[in-house]
Design a protein around this ligand. Structure first.
Ligand SMILES: Nc1ncnc2c1ncn2[C@@H]1O[C@H](COP(=O)(O)OP(=O)(O)O)[C@@H](O)[C@H]1O
Ligand SMILES: Nc1ccn([C@H]2C[C@H](O)[C@@H](COP(=O)(O)OP(=O)(O)O)O2)c(=O)n1
Length: 237
């Protein structure tokens, strides 16, 4: 399988469902790699983590107690979420307020696990995710923590994108412009994963899920490997 298969004019499985589900821990490259895969395959793109982050932003904005599960669940149902599903346009909003940048800030990263471990809120966001995937005729790259196992376990392509702790912390540190100490990065990457793992398993590939370890790959190599996995699964080559 070579990149030629997915040259600029290629549409894979035209008119048929093609969900590429990508799960993995923080900093493994899910968002950046998924976006590029979506561009190359001309598929829509769904960042489910952005949904948990937007809900967290809203809860903090309204002064809600994140430990109050019933209140967080209620907030998830009322959330007026606006989300870009194009890999070329990054936009996350709540009721007309652009929060695209703000949801990536460390204060949201530190609080998001409390929301993501609220099962009622998860159920609501999972319901919305499935609705969005259907609205796109199931032609979408979807990334998160439970996409291969819970949201779309019957996705055509299922990938667990991993990388060593060291690589993930280094990448997140660079991404945040070197503003974070090692301890702060560990809190945002390693400790958050540990908390998130209490409700979803994204450390080991479930049956039928292909593991892509990006520890020793650069970004382009990781994208090429992800595309070759799609090629293998769809065309068997
Ligand atoms: N294979 C890779 N090698 C080096 N850097 C990478 C690789 N994959 C992603 N990155 C970079 O690492 C950072 C974190 O990636 P991101 O896609 O935000 O991860 P995640 O969504 O899993 O948290 C980004 O700056 C991204 O460009
Ligand atoms: N499908 C998902 C997606 C994200 N989450 C949770 C777990 C994370 O702490 C937050 C934010 O996810 P996000 O993918 O934006 O986080 P990273 O960019 O990988 O650090 O949401 C989840 O529980 N289930």
């Amino acid at each position: 399988m070579t990149r030629d298969l997915f040259g600029p004019e290629t549409v894979v499985r035209p008119g048929k469902p093609l969900v590429v589900a990508i799960d993995g821990p923080s900093g493994s490259g899910k968002s950046s790699v998924s976006k590029e895969v979506a561009r190359r395959l001309k598929l829509a793109y769904l960042d489910t983590g952005a949904m948990y982050r937007a809900l967290t932003w809203h809860c903090l904005k309204t002064g809600l107690d994140l430990q109050d599960g019933a209140a967080v669940e209620q907030a998830s149902k009322e959330l007026a979420l606006e989300l870009s599903t194009s890999a070329n346009v990054e936009y996350v909003g709540v009721a007309g307020v652009d929060i695209t940048e703000e949801i990536r800030e460390p204060r949201i990263s530190s609080a998001v696990s409390a929301v993501a471990t609220t099962l009622g809120a998860r159920n609501e966001l999972i319901r919305r995710q499935r609705q969005i995937i259907d609205q796109h005729h199931r032609r979408m790259v979807v990334e998160g923590r439970d996409i291969t196992t819970v949201v779309v376990p019957n996705a055509e392509v299922r990938v667990l994108l991993t990388a060593s702790e060291e690589a993930r912390m280094r990448r997140r540190g660079l991404q945040l412009g070197g503003t974070q100490t090692k301890e702060q990065l560990a809190a945002q990457v390693i400790h958050r994963d540990a908390k998130d793992s209490t409700v979803v398993n994204f450390t080991q590939a479930a049956d039928g899920v292909i593991t892509l370890d990006s520890s020793d790959l650069d970004f382009d190599e990781t994208v090429e490997t992800a595309l070759s996995i799609v090629g293998k699964v769809i065309y068997g080559d």
